[in-house]
Write a protein that binds this ligand. Structure first.
Ligand SMILES: *[C@@H]1O[C@H](CO)[C@@H](O)[C@H](O)[C@H]1NC(C)=O
Ligand SMILES: *[C@@H]1O[C@H](CO)[C@@H](O)[C@H](O)[C@H]1NC(C)=O
Length: 268
């Protein structure tokens, strides 16, 4: 997909499944324990991670019909029985996300895609020279990356995801909420998880990101840990994204700091 031109009017699509009346066949209500096998954060579970990474990857689909109807090869092979609730496409900002329900996991899934990979390279170059500069609202001393935060806060992502999650929870009761994203999508997913945790309670929100760049300073990271204790950032030693922008030791309060829990997958 080419870069949208300035002339192009913002094309914003929000597709929502009308009140689903699907019966809840085959619900396995046993996943709570797999989320709660450690005090503070959910333990790393490779099986679960493999499912979640499929969601993080499916949101990259460019064929929106296949994505929306969950018929893409990526989607249907691995995660059958997923119920798409809302697909968000912001063409101008090059963002894409969906909210749906995984009945097997008894969870609401939120998956967010950042910009396409070539523009991620630009983001990285850009970030190399930028410090965190935006005060995160209501969290003294917490600073975050303006670009990532506005991509989440100042686009359709924030209100539409919040609304879709509320609706799904009304319909199905208090399901867990799993938020995921890869690369820049992981950065946006972090802000989303924080919002959802503040609204729905930190114990109900699980964040798993893949190759996520840093989003805020040390103070932000410690607020984050408090509000979203169930956080796992999956990194890959050959993936350059999580290591950028560089950590400036001289001004630790001004620079980026990762959330503490990190799982590094090494190639088999
Ligand atoms: C890991 O997650 C899978 C899928 O949610 C679940 O079936 C399994 O019991 C979990 N394993 C552990 C050790 O918690
Ligand atoms: C975040 O979004 C709200 C609501 O649209 C807006 O009032 C606020 O200024 C935004 N924050 C930033 C830092 O852009």
């Amino acid at each position: 997909m080419g870069r949208p031109t300035w002339e192009a009017a913002a094309l914003l699509l929000v597709l929502s499944v009308s009140a689903a009346s699907r019966p809840l066949h085959g619900i396995v209500a046993t996943t709570e324990s797999s989320f709660q096998n450690s005090e503070q954060s959910f333990g790393f579970n490779l099986t679960l991670a493999k499912t979640i990474v499929e969601y993080a990857s499916a949101v990259y689909m460019t064929d929106l019909t296949e994505l929306y109807t969950w018929t893409c090869s990526k989607c249907n092979d691995l995660i059958q029985g997923f119920e798409m609730r809302c697909l968000i496409v912001d063409v101008q900002s090059c963002l894409q996300a969906f909210v749906g329900v995984d009945h097997g996991l008894n969870s609401i899934i939120v998956s967010i895609r950042g910009t396409q990979e070539n523009s991620v390279q630009n983001w990285i170059k850009d970030m190399l020279w930028k410090q965190v500069d935006l005060n995160y609202p209501n969290m003294p001393n917490a600073k975050v990356h303006t670009g990532f935060y506005s991509s989440y806060n100042n686009t359709l992502l924030r209100p539409v995801i919040a609304n879709a999650v509320c609706k799904a929870r009304k319909l199905y009761g208090h399901m867990s909420i799993i938020v995921t994203g890869h690369s820049m999508g992981g950065a946006l997913a972090s802000f989303c998880a924080l919002d959802l945790a503040i609204t729905h309670g930190g114990n109900n929100v699980y964040l798993m990101t893949f190759g996520q760049p840093r989003v805020g300073n040390t103070a932000f990271a410690s607020y984050f840990t408090k509000y979203v204790p169930n956080t796992i950032r999956v990194t890959h030693e050959h993936d350059i994204v999580p290591h950028l922008p560089p950590y400036f030791f001289i001004f630790p309060h001004q620079t980026y700091h990762h959330f503490p829990r990190e799982v590094c997958l090494t190639p088999a």
